[in-house]
Design a protein around this ligand. Structure first.
Ligand SMILES: CC(C)(COP(=O)(O)OP(=O)(O)OC[C@H]1O[C@@H](n2cnc3c(N)ncnc32)[C@H](O)[C@@H]1OP(=O)(O)O)[C@@H](O)C(=O)NCCC(=O)NCCS
Length: 159
C-alpha cells in the first residue's frame, strides 16, 4: 500500500539514501545535486510513501521551453530494490505525466545507461522510444541511450 505525494524538503536524507541504493557510485546524485533539483522552480517531484511516511520510490523531472515548446526531462526515478515490479514506478510516471501535461509539456525526454536494460524495458512499456545515444555520458566512460515519449499521444493511464 502506498500513496503518491509531492516531495518535501525533509525528505532529502531518505532520497539520497535510496538513490545510492539504486545507482552505482558515479551515477548516483550527491545530496547537493538532489537538493538543487528539489528547489528548482521548474522541477516536478513525486514520492511514493507508505503509511509511516517511508519513501518507497521517487521521481524528479524538470521542464523547460525549447523553441516555444515545453519539454519535460526525467532527472531520476528510483524505486526501492525490494519493492520493484509492484507498479510503484509506473504510478510515479503516471503522476509525472499528469503534472507535465498540466504545464502544457508536449514530450518527455530522458537518458538511461546503455547497460540498464531493466529501466529501458520499463520506459518502453510506458511508451518511450529510443532517439539516440550519447557517448561517455556517465562517468566519462558509459554511453547513454536517449529516449522520448510524446505527451500528445501518451495514454492517460498505463493500467
Ligand atoms: C526502473 C524502475 C524505476 C522501475 O520501477 P518498478 O516500480 O519496478 O516498475 P513497475 O513495477 O511500475 O513496472 C512497470 C512495467 O515496466 C516493465 N519493467 C519494470 N521493471 C522491469 C524489469 N526489471 N525487467 C523488465 N521489464 C520491467 C514491466 O513491463 C513492468 O510491468 P509488469 O511488472 O506488469 O511486467 C526501477 O527498476 C528502478 O528504480 N531501477 C533503478 C533506478 C533506475 O534505473 N532508474 C531509471 C534510470 S534512467
Amino acid at each position: 500500500m502506498f500513496r503518491i505525494r509531492r516531495i518535501e524538503r525533509e525528505d532529502l536524507d531518505q532520497l539520497f539514501a535510496l538513490d545510492k541504493r539504486c545507482f552505482r557510485p558515479g551515477i548516483a546524485y550527491s545530496k547537493s545535486e538532489l537538493a538543487y533539483f528539489l528547489n528548482h522552480s521548474r522541477s516536478l517531484t513525486y514520492a511514493a510513501v507508505d503509511a509511516s511516511e517511508s519513501i518507497l520510490g521517487f521521481a524528479i523531472a524538470e521542464s523547460k521551453l525549447e523553441q516555444g515548446r515545453r519539454i519535460g526531462h526525467i532527472v531520476t526515478i528510483d524505486v526501492d530494490p525490494s519493492l520493484r515490479r509492484q507498479g510503484i514506478g509506473q504510478r510515479l510516471m503516471q503522476e509525472m505525466i499528469e503534472g507535465l501535461r498540466a504545464q502544457r509539456a508536449v514530450a518527455i525526454r530522458l537518458e538511461v545507461a546503455v547497460d540498464n536494460l531493466e529501466a529501458q524495458s520499463f520506459y518502453r512499456k510506458l511508451g518511450f522510444t529510443p532517439t539516440g545515444r550519447i557517448p561517455d555520458f556517465y562517468m566519462g566512460t558509459l554511453d547513454a541511450l536517449t529516449m522520448e515519449c510524446s505527451l500528445e499521444s501518451a495514454p492517460d493511464s498505463f493500467s
